[in-house]
Design a protein around this ligand. Structure first.
Ligand code: FMN
Length: 175
């Protein structure tokens, strides 16, 4: 049995939902999983774990600066243990941008950081217009209009392929 820490950075909770699905899969394989939001994770939490998973969503073209700082600060311990990273964004709903090596946000992050996660994934996220502020709704609807996505201001659309999430969970359980 391995002790696996999953650290996540979310704004609207979808990355946390993905983490919950991962936890279910990994625990079913007999491992112990701790799920923690990035803001509540101390650097000292990493050392006692056998494996570390980090998941984060994209907002306005970027992973949050606190995520990048966390990774850079802890690159040595992250590189020393079996580890995995996943990104959540809606660009990943596009067939040509749905893999770590074709998703622009994952490519950019991996170029920037000193951590080399053993496993990397990218999952298409969720659009939830009713949840957004008026400004965010307007901007995201405009981007969706430009890129052929949903524009109905009442739309809630989940692009996530949960079978892919589950397959990633199985991979982490075997890592
Ligand atoms: C204000 C806002 C900005 C976003 N910007 C981007 C973006 O630049 N690129 C992208 O692919 N997805 C973008 N998204 C989509 C989110 O990545 C997607 O909704 C994801 O599921 C959010 O995950 P979270 O709930 O864990 O934060 C944006 C969403 C919002 C609400």
């Amino acid at each position: 049995m391995a002790r696996i820490l999953i650290v996540y950075s979310t704004v609207d909770g979808h990355t946390r939902e993905i983490c919950n699905r991962l936890r279910g899969i990994i625990e079913a394989q007999g491992h112990q999983v701790t799920l923690k939001p990035l803001a509540e994770t101390a650097d000292a939490d990493l050392e006692p774990c056998d494996r570390i998973v980090v998941g984060a969503s994209i907002r306005y073209g970027k992973h949050r600066p606190a995520l990048v700082e966390f990774i850079q600060r802890n690159a040595a311990v992250l590189n020393r243990k079996p580890s995995a990273f996943f990104s959540v964004n809606v660009v990943a709903r596009k067939p040509g941008k749905n893999r770590p090596d074709t998703n622009p946000y994952v490519r950019k992050l991996l170029r920037k950081i000193a951590w080399r996660p053993g496993e990397v994934a990218v999952f298409a996220g969720k659009i939830d217009y009713p949840r957004y502020s008026a400004v965010d709704r307007m901007v995201i609807r405009f981007i969706m209009w430009l890129t052929g996505g949903p524009t109905d201001p009442k739309a809630v659309v989940e692009f996530t392929d949960w079978r892919e999430v589950e397959a990633f969970g199985s991979l982490i359980a075997r890592m």
